[in-house]
Design a protein around this ligand. Structure first.
Ligand code: SAH
Length: 235
């Protein structure tokens, strides 16, 4: 059975977009995951097919209507399993991270609601118990690029997507650390050598060197990750 990405959007043509290429594209072709887009506009009620209106209380921009988005959510959830997260991509949401990607990958699918304009009528967020998830502290013009990025992170974790050669275990965030630096041929480039230990063939020494580098990188660049890691591993 495929892992299902349900996407509610005003721009269904944006999917699968970049996810149709490379690792995720092959997995899509292999049926490891599938995409189900619902065009929010198809739930419009008037002849102009409008989905938005001016903000109550005034101010710039337009707001997606609760009634129309509510219908779109209901149509999607009829076809979803109850344990699939119902997510609104939103800069106010909880920050997406590797742990959430793993969690979603362990379920059968996810329903992603992409906002546009100023966002969504608050009542539909509350009435449908929608979880808000953010890609980061910046404003996109719509939820679609955030959905694509999150799906990319999830899809590569699905069983059968990554081969042994692309193993996820050592990667940044998986152990609470940033990853160690990589090198490949040529051995000497612009006067710079590959660190000698990596050519030693001594697996124990290489693993130790990589862990040290990962720790150093994390300590210098991400004090937030480092303090959590230190508490867990160095106590
Ligand atoms: N007025 C809103 C921003 C609206 S941006 C605010 O100030 O919070 C339009 C849409 O883009 C949003 O509805 C949301 O779905 C999406 N979006 C923007 N930034 C995002 C982010 N960092 N993460 C996830 N979705 C985002």
């Amino acid at each position: 059975m495929s892992w299902i990405a349900q996407i509610l959007t005003l721009y269904p043509d944006m999917f699968p977009g970049p996810l149709g290429a490379s690792l995720s594209g092959k997995a899509l072709n292999d049926g490891i995951w599938a995409i189900e887009t619902l065009d929010i506009r198809s739930f419009a009620r008037d002849k102009h097919r409008s989905v938005d209106d001016t903000p109550a209380g005034g101010g710039p921009g337009m707001v997606l209507r609760a009634d129309i988005v509510g219908d779109a959510i209901d149509a999607a959830r009829e076809r979803a399993e109850p344990d699939w997260p119902l997510v609104y991509l939103s800069p106010r949401g909880k920050r997406f991270d590797q742990a959430l990607a793993r969690h979603w990958a362990g379920l059968g699918g996810v329903t992603l609601l992409c906002g546009r304009f100023e966002g969504l009528d608050q009542r539909v967020i509350e009435a449908r118990a929608v979880e808000e998830v953010s890609l980061g502290d910046f404003i996109l013009s719509g939820g679609e690029p955030a959905a694509l990025a999150m799906l990319d992170a999830v899809i590569r974790l699905l069983p059968g997507v990554m081969g042994k050669e692309e193993s996820a275990e050592d990667e940044s965030f998986e152990r609470g650390l940033l990853e160690y630096p990589h090198y490949t041929r040529p051995q000497l480039w612009e006067g710079r050598e590959i660190p000698a230990v990596l050519n030693s063939g001594h697996h124990g020494k290489i693993a130790k060197w990589r862990l040290e580098k990962a720790e150093e990188m994390t300590r210098l660049r991400r004090p937030d990750l480092w303090s959590t890691y230190e508490r867990r591993h160095k106590a």
